[in-house]
Design a protein around this ligand. Structure first.
Ligand code: XMP
Length: 530
């Protein structure tokens, strides 16, 4: 790949930031998303960050997330009391709630009052800041061992459960609030409302953050970062790279060149979408490299999935670098930037970081200096996937691009179990196009996370069609429901839609005489068959 160096990208400051302090166990990302759904900008910080550093970010409020520890466990994360004395409104959830309680002199003990899952909550102060306008009996999502039995001095207890006397408290004067449950989880029926009450009523924040602000801020930041130099962006056909490219195009216009490597493993019409629809919507300079022959040749005779992946990855880098070289040799200002569609979850999962990351790599293509350095432009670093889609829509990208379901980089190459050949790719493209068409017609696109369509090229079975026996391949349908692709369940699709897809594929696609449905969750099955 290419190389990029570290240079500080202009920091896009968000005056109304709410910090979500991450105590582990993946709750923080969900909380940060819920805060943004309330139209308030949020960022995640690790619980190990010194309080002074958190306060230096000038947050409008701080939320303490849940976490897997007991507050009494050795080595459990703690918080400096100064956090609660800075005059910044704080909302503790679950572990964060217990930490607030113990730090400020309340009592949390292991009294056997464990609660997991949906739990009835009784609100004792209906007009409280957090609970106003919500029912006195509501269902919340609990996940705790220890429980709070006495609130700190100055706090009012606002809710309880059958086994937990203090399930929520607040100190309105000091702007400190807490709930034992997880308001960020959908099963907490009024969770979003309680969170919004904290943000708007408790912390007095105006809900005015939108993805429209992001576009304006990023356009300004990209212009400042790139100046009058040039940038390159690799388009994969996926949502992230398309939206990143569209944003950068809006900022610097013809100083950006997009590169699309057509590896011949795309689904039907997808290359055309990039070539026509993306360019029509953005006006971007696009360099399309048709490398399908090269990929097919490199894949000839290979059935092992890992080897296929390696070959596709290697060829992709070579072709992309060749295209870079050609762009570098064109007349014009220095090409100093590489645009990437890195998202906020990528940043959080790789341990945060506020500066600009850089890529360094050695080139395989003759003619490029050994070590070209590109500075990265990552305009989506602050965004979650759903926000990226919103930004894309606002930038005028068509739904087919913005609402596209996940598709693996190696494309149909890993959806053919067996050797990849041109005929097999064409066959799979037809079957896949039928499945996609019928899913869209049935209005199921948004219910299904993705639906790989797989060709078992090494399997044949006997069938009967017309008045003759056939010996054809099976096609596998793999519709899954998921939140993040880490785990997934098979989608309970309507039988009539399955029937229609099956009938059409066996009628319309030569050499396919069976359609089967994959009813395996992940784990143990992966989403893709390879
Ligand atoms: P698995 O098959 O591991 O897939 O359950 C999880 C998710 O990742 C996608 N996937 C890929 N995406 N490059 C990508 O950009 C890849 O090489 C790749 N392999 C799998 C897969 O489609 C699913 O959404």
């Amino acid at each position: 790949m290419s190389t990029a160096t570290s240079a500080a990208a202009p920091d896009v400051s968000n005056p109304d930031v709410v910090l979500v302090v991450d105590f582990g166990a993946q709750y923080a990302q969900l909380i940060a998303r819920r805060v943004r759904e309330a139209r308030v900008y949020s960022e995640i910080v690790p619980s190990t960050m010194p309080v002074a550093e958190m306060l230096a970010k000038n947050p409008k409020a701080i939320i303490l997330s849940g976490g897997p520890s007991s507050v009494y466990a050795e080595g459990a994360p703690r918080l400096d009391r100064a956090l609660f004395e800075a005059g910044v409104p704080v909302f503790g959830m679950c572990y964060g709630f217990q930490l607030m309680a113990t730090t400020l002199g309340g009592t949390v003990d292991d009294n056997g009052a464990r609660e997991y899952g949906r739990t009835p909550l009784s609100v004792s102060r209906a007009g409280s800041t957090l609970f106003e306008g919500t029912p006195t009996e509501q269902s919340v999502w609990m996940s705790h061992g220890d429980a709070c039995s006495a609130a700190p001095e100055g706090f009012t207890v606002t809710a309880s459960t059958d086994v937990v006397p203090v399930a929520a408290f607040e100190n309105d004067e000091k702007k400190l609030y807490g709930v034992q449950y997880h308001p960020e989880v959908m099963h907490s029926t009024y969770g979003q409302q309680v969170l919004e009450h904290f943000l708007y009523r408790g912390a007095g924040i105006e809900p005015n953050w939108t993805t429209g602000n992001v576009i304006e801020e990023q356009v300004a930041a990209i212009r400042e970062q790139v100046g009058d130099k040039r940038a390159i962006c690799g388009l994969s056909g996926g949502v992230d790279s398309a939206v990143a490219a569209a944003l950068v195009q809006k900022a610097i216009g013809s100083q950006l060149t997009c590169v699309y490597v057509d590896h011949g493993l795309m689904r039907k019409d997808e290359t055309e979408q990039v070539e026509k629809d993306f360019v029509a919507a953005t006006g971007a300079n696009l360099k399309v490299v048709d490398a399908s022959e090269r990929f097919l040749n490199a894949l000839a005779g290979v059935s092992d999935p890992e080897t296929k992946r390696k070959i596709i990855g290697r060829e992709f880098i070579r072709v992309f670098e060749q295209a870079q070289l050609e762009i570098l040799q064109e007349d014009g200002p220095e090409v100093a930037f590489l645009v990437q569609g890195t998202l906020y979850p990528d940043i959080v999962e790789s341990g945060g970081g506020t500066g600009t990351a850089n890529i360094k790599s050695h080139h395989n293509v003759g003619g490029l200096p050994d070590d070209i350095e590109f500075e990265l432009v990552e305009p989506l670093r602050q965004l979650f996937k759903d926000e990226v889609r919103m930004v894309g829509a606002e930038l005028g990208l068509p739904d087919e691009i913005v609402q596209r379901q996940p598709f693996p980089g190696p494309g149909l190459g890993i959806r053919i179990v067996g050797e990849v050949t041109k005929d097999r790719l064409d066959l799979l493209r037809e079957a896949d196009a039928i499945a996609r068409e019928e899913l869209t017609a049935a209005g199921l696109d948004r219910d299904i996370w993705q639906c790989p369509v797989v060709l078992l090229a090494d399997v044949r079975s006997v069938g009967v069609q017309g008045d003759g026996r056939t010996y054809g391949h099976p096609i596998v349908l793999r519709p899954v429901s998921s939140e993040d692709a880490m785990t997934a369940d098979w989608t309970r699709m309507p039988y009539d839609v399955l029937a229609k897809i099956s009938t059409r594929i066996t009628n319309e696609v030569a050499d396919v005489n069976r359609v089967v449905l994959d009813v395996t969750s992940k784990p143990p099955g992966t989403i893709e068959w390879e």
